[in-house]
Design a binder for this molecule. Structure first.
Ligand code: CMX
Length: 438
């Protein structure tokens, strides 16, 4: 059985060769136009960055090295005693492009558990923060502080060769992923359950098994399975989204993975991105309060219009790239349908009923290019059902997850020696000049 590092060592030369060929044979080939609307429209639709692990099709949704979400659900190993994909098997796929065996997945789980303890100074740092500081701010700070032990930074100072960049980057990435559950759970404990005792890391458990334990939900098998699926599915969503792109940009300066991912977390903390799952729940609960038990299509429609007319977006709907219901939303909905307690949950029922009405309302409203739900439309509501009701914490769980894809790309960026990212910007005057005289 090959280890993760051996597997990567095997696959990297072919990728390096592929890049070399692309550069040599097609460096000057034109693959698209840059329109003024791309420049002033947040670079939407501009094909302008390399991202190895996943590609997002507007209609089909995400594919990880060519595998769709249903494909992944068929082939990626679950935890012992579980049925859902676990983040370790997704991480293996993202990093190597290969489906790991259950044994390889267990090996990775074991390595992550062995590296899962936080340094004492990080524990103290997190413990010193006010409970009122948003959990995402705390997570970003904790991740940045972990760079104290960066293997990449230490080796860089000693003058390592470029060919060694990726191995030290991988070392940091694995260490960071391993420590995220302890960090994220400590934040949860400090903010919401100050009297609770944090469980020790169990060396025989997978990453999310430990995370659920640390959060105090280890005996809720359904919630643990949900978290496994949630964290695996949120792991990567190609490179252009704000958090992934931030990690890539910062990493391109050869900042280490801790600093790069810390920056990414602060992008994830925005309400148009990761914070949406917190916003969805707040919004659905407000809807529930207003319409009470009388959950009819008509009442939901009225509430949707009220939201839109007050100038707010409908959280959990729309997407920068997708033009269909998000397959991650569908996968989480299927999880809900597979569990009787979720089928009967009032909040999940409300999410489902909202889904039956919202696309038509958004189409009639006529602004959004995608009137369908994204993954955030349902993700937080399941956590809420299982008693994890502190919704300011939800984006932290997303933050534990997105590390899989963002850090994978850092390994590939170093293995492929991708350069510093430096797009050209223009002022409006300069743009007008260019339009007149292209
Ligand atoms: N409700 C109301 N209006 C919406 C809307 C929604 N859910 N989604 C988009 N629109 C509006 C936009 O605000 C924009 O209006 P203006 O022209 O007045 O600025 C217009 O429709 C066109 O937007 P778009 O091109 O369809 O969407 P964008 O690529 O600009 O934005 C997104 C994408 C996700 C930020 C947007 O759909 C949104 O705000 N959705 C709600 C928040 C949300 O669910 N975010 C989570 C996204 C997933 C993630 O990243 O985690």
């Amino acid at each position: 059985t090959k280890s993760l590092r051996e597997t990567l060592q095997d696959v990297i030369p072919a990728k390096q060769e592929q890049l070399k060929k692309l550069k040599a044979e097609h460096g000057q080939t034109v693959v698209g136009d840059v329109k003024v609307e791309n420049i002033i429209g947040g670079m939407r639709g501009l094909k302008a960055m390399l991202w190895e692990a996943s590609v997002l099709d507007p209609l089909e949704g995400i594919r990880f090295h060519g595998l769709s979400i249903p494909d992944c659900q068929k082939v990626l190993p679950a935890a012992p005693g579980g049925t859902e994909i676990i983040p370790e098997s997704m991480l293996w796929l993202l990093l190597t492009g290969q489906v790991p065996t259950p044994e390889q997945t267990r090996q990775l789980s074991q390595e992550l558990a062995e590296k899962g303890e936080l340094p004492v100074f990080v524990e103290k740092l997190i413990d010193s923060l006010p409970k009122t500081l948003h959990p995402m701010t705390q997570l970003g700070m904790g991740v940045a502080a972990l760079n104290h032990d960066s293997s990449f930074q230490a080796a860089y100072e000693k003058g390592m060769k470029k060919q060694e960049y990726w191995t030290h980057t991988l070392e940091d990435c694995i260490n960071l992923i391993a420590r995220l559950p302890a960090l994220a759970a400590r934040i949860y404990r400090n903010v919401y359950k100050p009297d609770a005792q944090l469980a020790p890391i169990d060396k025989n458990l997978d990453l999310v098994g430990n995370y659920a334990n640390l959060l105090g939900y280890g005996n809720n098998h359904s919630l643990t399975e949900y978290l496994r699926l949630y964290i695996a599915l949120h792991g990567d969503h190609e490179g252009g989204n704000a958090s992934a792109h931030t990690a890539h940009l910062v990493g391109s300066t050869l900042s280490d993975p801790y600093l790069s991912y810390s920056a990414a977390l602060f992008a994830l903390a925005g309400p148009l991105h990761g914070l949406a799952n917190q916003e969805v729940l707040r919004w659905q609960l407000a809807m529930q309060k207003e319409i009470g038990d009388n959950i009819t299509h008509e009442n939901i429609k009225d509430y949707l219009w009220k939201t839109l007319k007050s100038g707010q977006v409908v959280p959990g709907y729309g997407h920068g790239v997708l033009r269909n219901p998000d397959p991650r939303f569908i996968a989480l909905q299927e999880f809900c349908q597979s569990r009787p307690e979720l089928r009967e949950s009032p909040i999940i029922k409300l999410v489902n009923k909202t889904f039956e009405v919202a696309p038509d309302v958004l189409k009639e409203h006529g602004k959004t290019k995608n009137p369908y739900p994204n993954v955030d439309a349902t993700s937080g509501c399941v956590l809420y059902h299982y008693g994890l009701t502190e919704f300011k914490y939800y984006t932290v769980i997303f933050g534990v997850s997105r590390a899989l894809g963002a850090l994978t790309q850092l390994v590939w960026a170093r293995a492929l020696a991708l350069p510093l990212e430096r797009p050209k910007s223009l002022s409006m005057d300069a743009l007008e000049k260019l339009i007149k005289n292209p």
